[in-house]
Design a protein around this ligand. Structure first.
Ligand SMILES: Cc1cc2nc3c(=O)[nH]c(=O)nc-3n(C[C@H](O)[C@H](O)[C@H](O)COP(=O)(O)O)c2cc1C
Length: 175
């Protein structure tokens, strides 16, 4: 179970160049696999992670619209790339550059999702931090539904201004 009482701190855990944080989930986002580096960064044991919803590492600084984009993308059987701020069990945070893809069985049916994360570029995190802060403040000012719509619109307007698709922006930032 996610401990809602964890207080976020300013302490950062920085991924090393050669780290890969890997996890797998079922169709509902429940963790079915967690590699050692994931256990290390999240600060949970394998048995604490397995069978638990992936929001166990959700950081309150993340806008809800960012996760809507994740789920809309992977449910449409597409791969997702993005930057996520996560929270460890001691309240510290760690930024990741994530790639999430559907996993298929032999019959071509989606049976779950796989996520592999690498160290993000510092410049990318700076840009995304500002973007997420603005999305989050829009969400906080509005009702949940209105907040999600307005926050998503803010992201789309940001992309229009940059003349890029979401994926183009993300891949350009990670270089
Ligand atoms: C394969 C996979 C990996 C995920 N990884 C993360 C993650 O590292 N951090 C995170 O906050 N959410 C992650 N999510 C999204 C969570 O399932 C969830 O949507 C998100 O934490 C928001 O939770 P909430 O809607 O309960 O607030 C992942 C989802 C999938 C399918």
């Amino acid at each position: 179970m996610k401990d809602k009482s964890i207080i976020p701190t300013d302490r950062e855990r920085v991924m090393r160049e050669n780290d890969f944080i890997v996890s797998k989930t079922d169709l509902t986002g429940k963790i079915t696999y967690a590699n050692r580096i994931f256990q290390e960064f999240a600060g949970y044991t394998e048995s604490e992670l397995l069978g638990t919803q992936h929001n166990i590492v959700r950081h309150p600084d993340m806008p809800r619209a960012a996760f809507k984009l994740v789920w809309d993308t992977i449910k449409a059987k597409q791969e997702f790339f993005g930057f996520v701020k996560n929270m460890a069990s001691d309240g510290s945070y760690y930024w990741v550059f994530t790639h999430i893809t559907p996993s298929y069985n032999r019959e071509g049916k989606v049976i779950g999702y796989l996520s592999v994360r690498r160290k993000p570029r510092v410049e990318a995190v700076n840009t995304i931090t500002g973007l997420y802060q603005q999305m989050l403040s829009i969400e906080k000012r509005n009702s949940p539904n209105q907040g999600m719509d307005s926050s998503t619109k803010f992201l789309l307007d940001f992309l229009t201004e940059k003349g890029a698709s979401y994926e183009e922006l993300i891949l350009a930032l990670q270089g």
